[in-house]
Design a protein. Structure first.
Length: 388
């Protein structure tokens, strides 16, 4: 099999990259270890930044998002039950869109197949070869046959547990990571969310986050121990804590719990994000705690930068964009890591904090929710800006 760009992984990064390349006249083949049903029904967060929603529309996969997505022009921060609104529209005239990652994947898969592009599911035994040459290759098994993709470049969009990053030789990558001493216990509930926009609620017992998948489907989270046993949280206990951490400022309606699980909280970055003709994008190169809602948006930014570099290579024989891909991406990655760490530090209770730390944290929250300059800074980082 011969193509210009071999893409490993059919998540938002790999699928969006393939669509952008298609519009540029650059050929690609996508391979994915999971089934189509799995990737289209794997529930993930779905907060899309202002520029990213525009990008999805511009590349022809935003129509259903515009119909079904929930557009938010602000967010809420609760401080021990007192709710404060951050008005994105008044501060920046920008918005975010709530639209599940699995829905983005469905739209991109449908577009890929309509384009006639190659997309192979349930592949196994994936390996990459000759990364320092101008003819790297991807080997894998599909439908009982061993296959090889010969290409000019490889995009490793296969996530933290994929094969792309581990295929880079020892001694090349520097790893920066931090694990947090808590997690999020999350549920998906057949009930309306307590507000039309998200509520991040800081309380003496820890964070609660009230978000949604639709007007009748709530996604709700509680800060918990990092190794929390879900079995220790029957539905009644979860609802009790959700009510308590929301306070009386909003009404929380209970409903049938459809899903329940614990999300770990960690920060992770590798440098550089490239080796030879292999370029990492999305979770294969970086993970952020979900507090800042940056994961999918960072993946989109990576592939926008990579697609620009590839277009310059094929149309103008320029290599500077490819050579500087990692440097260009990492500036944005670290900005997102800093913001996500700051939001995490701001809104959670840490087990080692002192009385002084708690007072300082409450003072931070009071300042952020009462100063227009502070609210504008938060809003600017939260809604995001286009890659440059």
């Amino acid at each position: 099999m011969r193509t210009q760009v071999g893409i490993i992984g059919a998540g938002p990064a790999g699928l969006a990259l393939a669509r952008i390349l298609h519009l540029q006249g650059i050929s690609s083949i996508i391979i994915e270890s999971r089934s189509r049903d799995y990737i289209e029904n794997r529930i993930r967060a779905g907060l899309i930044e202002d520029w990213a929603a525009d990008m999805l529309t511009d590349i022809g996969v935003g129509e259903r998002m515009k119909r079904e997505g929930l557009v938010h022009w602000g967010t809420n921060i609760g401080i021990n039950g007192e709710i404060h609104h951050i008005d994105f529209k008044a501060l920046l005239n920008k918005r975010i869109t709530i639209y599940g990652q699995q829905e983005v994947v469905k739209d991109l898969v449908e577009r890929r197949l309509a384009d006639g592009g190659e997309l192979l599911f349930e592949v196994g035994g994936v390996s990459v070869h000759d990364l320092k040459s101008d003819r790297p290759s991807i080997r894998f098994a599909h439908d009982g046959q061993d296959k090889v993709i010969e290409c000019d470049f490889i995009a490793g969009c296969d996530g933290y547990h994929g094969i792309s990053r581990p295929s880079i030789p020892d001694g090349i990558l520097s790893v920066y990571e931090r694990d947090y001493p808590f997690g999020w216990l999350g549920i998906l509930s057949e009930s309306p969310p307590p507000d039309d926009e998200l509520i991040y609620s800081y309380t003496d017992e820890g964070l609660a986050l009230y978000t949604m998948r639709s007007p009748t489907l709530a996604r709700l989270y509680l800060q918990c121990d990092h190794d929390e046993d879900v079995a220790a949280w029957p539905d009644a206990r979860i609802w009790e804590h959700l009510h308590k951490r929301l306070g009386g400022a909003r009404k929380l309606q209970e409903g049938k719990v459809l899903q329940k699980g614990v999300t770990a909280m960690r920060s992770f970055v590798v440098e550089p994000m490239q080796y030879g003709r292999l370029f990492l994008a999305g979770d294969s190169a970086h993970i952020v705690p979900p507090t800042g809602a940056k994961g999918m948006n960072l993946a989109f930014a990576d592939v926008v930068m990579l697609s620009r570099a590839l277009e310059a290579f094929y149309s103008k024989q320029r290599t500077d964009g490819l050579e500087n891909y990692s440097k260009s991406c990492l500036k944005r990655v670290w900005n997102a890591q800093r913001f996500s760490w700051w939001m995490t530090r701001l809104l959670h209770r840490f087990p080692d904090e002192s009385a002084f730390d708690r007072r300082r944290q409450l003072s931070d929250l009071t300042y952020i929710t009462s100063s227009e300059a502070a609210m504008k800074s938060l809003a600017e980082q939260y809604v995001g800006s286009p890659p440059n």
